[in-house]
Every structure is written in structure tokens, then in C-alpha cells.
Design a protein around this ligand. Sequence first.
Ligand code: ADP
Ligand code: ZN
Ligand code: ZN
Length: 741
Amino acid sequence: MANSSTNLTLIVRVAIPVPLNRLFDYLIPEQLTCIAPQPGTRVSVPFGKSNKVGFIIETVKTSDIEINRLKQINEILDESPLICKKDIQLLQWASNYYHHPLGDVFSAAFPVSLRKGKKATLSQEKYYTLSKKGQLLISDQLKRTPKQKQLFEHFQSQSKSLSATELNEWNKNWHSALKSLLDKELLSIELKTKLPAKKVITPELPLAPNEQQSQAINTLTAKLGNFSVSLLEGVTGSGKTEVYMQVTQKVLDLGQQVIVLLPEITLTPQLEDRFKKRFSVSLSVSHSKLTETQRHSAWLEMQQGHSSILLGTRSALFTPLKKIGLIILDEEHDTSFKQQEGFRFSARDLAIVRAKLFNIPVILGTATPSLESLHNSEKKRYELLHLSERAGKAIKPKFLLFDIRNKKLQDGLSDPLITHIKNTLTKKEQVLLFLNRRGYAPVQICHTCAWVARCQHCDTSMVIHYAEETLRCHHCGFQQRLLTHCPSCKIGELKPLGLGTERVEQSLHALFPTQKIIRLDRDTTQRKGSLERHLEQINQGEVDIILGTQMLAKGHHFPNVTLVAILDVDSGLFSIDFHAIEKLAQLIIQVAGRAGRAEKPGTVILQTRQPDHPLLTVLLKEGYNKFARTALAERQQASLPPFSFQALLRVYASNPADPQLFLNKVCTIIQQINHNKTLVLGPVSAPMAKRAGYYHFQLLLQNTNRKRLQALLDQLIPQLYIVKEGKKVRWSIDVDPVDLY
Ligand code: ADP
Ligand code: ZN
Ligand code: ZN
């Protein structure tokens, strides 16, 4: 138990990124106690047989472990803490709420470089300048070495220190002369921090806001300096970005910094571009496609206050800021703000927690608010701000519902749709077709015996990819060569069943042989820069028909697209996950937002076999808002989120019996502690039970009271780490899951 200690003993409690739900105590060696490291400082510690980088959470005088059994830290890695107390509180809150080990949560907040123990400094650059001796020298004394003389005179004329970059701009051939001048001690070297590049351009001027924009800007500006959440609901093209930028300017005027979170930066290069052109201050960008060094720099530029605006994806939320003033989250409804693996946090919800800790406002912007956020605005927790008209002259698109029951379809395209495509092309306008399935067809089936090519590792069929002559599993990545004969009956012909983008593309080529058709999905945009190249072609008007998956729904502006069609709406209507209809409605409205952005009116066509689906009808006749209220009423009836709170316990193992044994044990534990009426749904096998060779099962916990659900999890989760049934399985807990798979 607790040990007595001398005054000299200093123990630090350290969060280490290992899958154990606890902190670790270490001794600070006597020679280092004078430093008394603060919470938020990194330390290198011995752990098992290796060393790890950990984060100091607190300094204590006693430990539950006997002093003489405690190990000493190896090294204190930072002179001062890298994150402040409030940010430590944020991470602790997140660890408690998502029931995820604190060490791992800390890891998520730091770039990989710092997790590995790299020095928390921006990279340094060498600068050369005339030394004392050099200042006294007359250049003629170097006349026998003309190159050195020339370089020396260049330094004299510049009268400032010069970096390699600057020397290169002057003359590429300076290296050996520089070395000689250094050897003669005529030059000296100093190291300077490499700061984000200063901008030379004159920033673009803000647009004159329309009345609704003005109102939003004024309301939001008045909120600066205090905690609040505002939901900026504005149809696509209504000028939300303009509002973000004008409020950002006010925050910059106060000498503070802004975080702008986006679902996917690489898919929305326009937004980054607009911010860069608008502001003269330095701007940093952080997302997973950057190199380790780039993310390291972005993190430190914000932390040290060299940069004023951070544009980033969900984990950028944790970046420490010297003077945080505002958090903006664009496309707040997008589920990519929820991390779906490891530390399953919602960047949107944590942005609000962080804003509360720092007493600053949050702006959530979207054309299609999530049902949770709408519910929160109805409860007056968020202030709802509207931008109901498209900025400029753009007209709202017209919706058409095509009933495709009993209709002839040519690879998913109905006759009236083909007619609309033709008419649009005649007017020299662009068409955008949307199908959320890549490959040629999702099933290869035998025409004689109905044999289906299935993945050996998953409960799913293999997808045909004709272009590469392969069959591929979209769940585990397994692939094999395309089969030509049925392996079962040996005589049957194998046929493709169902639709993928590759198949529709082929059909489009046959129907419109002279038109330029482009397919955008994960298969055609894998190579770096290929998406950007395709987008450029579209914007240059070199493309007539664009066919693509979900990635097309995000943020792109295609001003010459006037016809948008969603080929298969029904997959969203039939899902067993209650979130699916909400996501479908958002998708329809978002995709529709791509049509007719300029002065040309757009048309949106939806092909469905359920033309009378009540929610679909409401969406098209009365708009997203009415849809959302109707869907919310249904959720309330069924006591589903946001009228209740959920946590999903997912389990998998290579032996199907093990997850069930584990979940049965979990149910027993819950029965012992569940005095607060948490609904326990399951255990059931996951909707796709076998994936990549593992058997997946799950248990859903639901309570109408968030605190009660949390209280149950507080008691339950620590036990899951120790029960013996847990040893043979992998489990994870997902608080507020955004999908139930
Ligand atoms: P959102 O972010 O809501 O999709 P944007 O801010 O991108 O909308 O605005 C859509 C288009 O309208 C952009 O081209 C933008 O420059 C223009 N725009 C926005 N606000 C105004 C305004 N007040 N006056 C004129 N044009 C505007
Ligand atoms: Zn598979
Ligand atoms: Zn067969």
C-alpha cells in the first residue's frame, strides 16, 4: 500500500500508449528532481523490454506500488509541457467518456514524430553571415580566388545572413566557395527556426455579405470570448464559407487563432485555397495524407503561435493552440468526424467539450444538419442560424423521382434518364451520375447452377473488376483472377449480377460514344494527384459525363453540371441501420447541391423502386428540414438516438464460440450492476458475421439517460480487461456509434 517517502522522492504518473486502461508510476531520478516536470511533458520510460514515450499526467509523492519496485524514467524530453492543463483535461474527459485508455488518447493528440520522442522544435535552417574577421576584410584580398571573392562581395552587398535557399536564388554554384570562406573563418553560421512561409500576395477582399450572412456574422461575432455552439444551416452555395472567413477575421483581429475542421481536405482543395487567398497570416494544414515532418511542423506552428489558422481533419482538433479563439466545423453532419477504429471519438462532440473548457464559441456549419444537432438546437443548446438562399443568382434544383419498377434498365439507366442525359449534353452542359458501388458488378453467378463467387474470408460475394480481370473482396482486400467457368457444375456460364461504376461506365460509352466520360471512384483515383487532375478536367469543361461514388458528394463545385442522377436510392432505404435513411437524405441533398451552381438551373433525378416511401416523399416535396423533423419524430417514437444514448460493444475472434462466451459473460456482469435500466440488446452476430477470417459479434447498450449509460460503462469496462473470457477475443467499445456494423 501507500509508502512513506522522503522529500526527495518525486513520482510521476505517466500515460503510455499501450492497450491497458491505467497509468504507470515512475521515479524521477534525484538529479532531475529540481526540474519538477509539469503535466503535459513527455518522458522516455523503460517499459517491458523496451523504452516508450509517455506523457506526464501528474506528479505525486506516493504510489500504490512500493517505492523500491518503481522504475526510474530515462529522460525528460521537453523543457516545458507541450500541452496546457485544459487540453490535458480535454483528453482525460475523452478517455473517460469513450472508455479508451488515456495513453492512447494522448497519442491521438500528438503527431507521430512527437509520439516517437522527436524534439518538439520546428526544423532549423542554417544561415550564413560575415564573421567579425570577415567584416574587417577587404574583398580585394581574395582576388586570387575569384569565386570566393564574388560570394564574399555578395554577402557584403546583402548585409544580412543568408540561407542555402536564398543563396540558390542568387547563384547555384556557391557550395565550394562557401566552404572555403567558412574554413578561413570569414563567415559564421547561425541556426534559425524555419517558420511558415510568409505570404507575398495581397489578400482577397471580403465579399459584401447579404442580409442573412450579415446577421449570421454579427451574431457569431458577438459570441466571441464566450462558450456557445451555433448551428449554421445553409444550403449548398449559400455562402457559409464566406461567413466562416469573416468571423475568422474578427478572431484574428483579437490576436487569436482559429481551427477549421473539415471531413476530408484532399477532396475539398477549394476551401483551403479560398482561406489561403483571403488571409495574409500564416495558415497550417494537417491531415493524414501529409508526411510526418509536415504534420510535426503544422502542430508546432500552431502550438508556438507562428500560424493563426489551422485547417485539418478530425484529429487536428487536438492541436494545442497558443491562443485559441474559435473552432469551426464544416459539414458537421459528416460521419467522418467520428473515428471508426481505435480511439472512437467524435471530433464534433469533442470540439464542443474543448470550446467549453476554453470558453470560446463553436460554429457547426452544414446544408444538412445531423439529427442530433437539430435536436440540440430545438432544445436551445445550440443557436440555429439560417442561410436560406444561394448567394449570387443560382436557382434551386428541381427534383424528379423515377419509378423504375417493371421498367427496362440498361445497366441501371432507365429510358427517361437516358433522354434527360441526352438533352443536357445537347445544351453543352455536364451530367453527374452517382452510384455508391465500385467495380463492375457485386456478384458473379453461374447461369446454370446459381453458384456465386464468395470471399474465402468473409460472408460476402466477390466483386467483379473486369478492367483488372480480377474478383475482389471489398471487405478484406482478398483477390483472385476472374473465373471463366463455373467451378461447381463445370458447364455453366458465369454472369455478372448487379451494378457497379465500371459497368455503368461501359454502358455510357456505348450510349454516348463521342462524349468524354470520366469515372471517379477509389479505383480511378488511387494514384497521387489523379483526383486533382480529374477535377481540373471537369472544371475546364473537358468532361461531359462524370460518374462516381460517394466521394463526389463532398464539397466540389461543378458550376456547369446541370443534371445529377442517383442511380440507386433503394439501398439506403432498405438498410437495417436506423442511421441509413438520415445519411441517404443528406447524400441526396448534398449531391443535389452540386447541380446548377452558376446561373443555370439544375435537375436532380432519383431512381427508385419505392416512389411512395414516406420519408423520401417528405424530403423531395418539403425539403430537408421537414424530412429531419419527421425523422426525428420517428426516432422519438422508437426511443432511438438522440432520444436515447448508445454504446456498442464489438467483439471478434477466429473461433466463433469465443466472442459469444465473452459476451455472455459481459451480460452476466451487466445483470449484476445494471440498476439503472440500461437496455441490453444482444448478443448478436454482426450484420456481416465473418470478416477477414474473424467472427464478429456485438452487444448494444442503450439508455434514455446519458449519465446512466456512462455509469454502467464506468463499472463494466474495467472488468472487461480482466475477465478470462476476454483473453481469447478482441473487443472494442464504441460510445455514440454512427453505424451499427
Ligand atoms: P457554401 O460554403 O455555403 O457552399 P460559399 O461560401 O462557397 O457557400 O458560396 C458559394 C458561392 O457564392 C461562392 O462562389 C462565393 O464566392 C459566392 N458568395 C458567397 N457569399 C457571397 C456574397 N455575399 N456576395 C456574392 N457572392 C457570394
Ligand atoms: Zn473478404
Ligand atoms: Zn454452375
